[in-house]
Design a protein around this ligand. Sequence first.
Ligand code: PLP
Length: 376
Amino acid sequence: MLASKLPHVGTTIFSTMSALAQQYNAINLAQGFPNFEIDAVLQNCLIEAAGSNAHQYAPMPGTLELREQIVALVAKQYNRTLDPNEVLVTAGATQAIFTAIQALVHQGQEVLILDPSYDCYEAPVVLTGAQPIRIPLGLDFRPNWEQIRAAITSNTRLLITNNPHNPSGTIWAPKDFEQLESIMQDFPGLLLLSDEVYEFIAFEQTHQSIHQRTQIRNRAIIVSSFGKTFHITGWKMGYLVCAPELMKEIHKVHQFLVFSVNSVAQRALSLYLAQVDIHSLAHFYQQKRDLFRAALTKSRFELLPAQGSYFQVASYAAISDEPDTDFCIRLTKEFGVAAIPLSVFNANGEDRKLLRFCYAKTSETLQTATERLCKI
Ligand SMILES: Cc1ncc(COP(=O)(O)O)c(C=O)c1O
């Protein structure tokens, strides 16, 4: 038998639920991808890029024009002045995360992951021969800083955080940042991987970024995703930002993992970033969130707060006491709506009878889906 390097990894729940949704012709609110058109301006930028000479290998860290646009974006959004050399263009946030972990975490070291957590953190930690330490978030899905502090040893290399949070849609409070800063001050060897792919999708309160935390940002790798920001998940385009000493190591891995990232997409995004108003995004998604939530007030689902990202977590405890995976499968087969059970985001499988719905869908899709959910 072939010895697996990832013996505990199977097909992801996203593939499983999407396949089930297709098989039963259900509305797929499971996987986090938009089902509406991209901005026509971006489409034109892509056409223009396709007609340009941007068809050969891009420079290893990304084209200077795109990195300069990212520098301008970070300056405008967070008032942080970056050098383009502190930016790396990646094939989505997934590659950014993988590359950073491979480059910075050594065999035998420990990496803290806060559960429920998105599923692309643990595998690169395991592949690098390090030890993932999964720590539950609080019941409100904000970090439990005392528990995090208690889990840190001299062997802990990296803390991975995700804000705004997938799956819960929670956004950190100011005191979360203060607690994080205090921990990082007390453990000078600790690095931070801050997954901020939903940074532009925050509603009542604006997103606070690690870019704004001057005390710790030089020890952080900040990750973002154009896939999330511009509804182009299929392009697989993202970036990371970090200090030169970290970037030096990250470049070493990046150049042998992908060398460089899709040149046409880089040109298109450079053209687009020069003209887009990124702030309309939050309003756009807030309307979807509000529509989805309003339509479900008549249902038996209990909706948890949804402050950011494009996910809505709902409790089905008033409907059934089935395990959440069973309930999700039944929801897909019998009621024609696919969702993701929250237990799959927990290493310990904890099941609080919660589901995650993705509302990055057209109004028609949300209307039909909520009508079905109200019948349960
Ligand atoms: C929290 C989080 N991080 C990273 C990613 C991966 O982003 P990308 O598609 O850019 O690789 C996702 C995608 O769903 C996500 O939700």
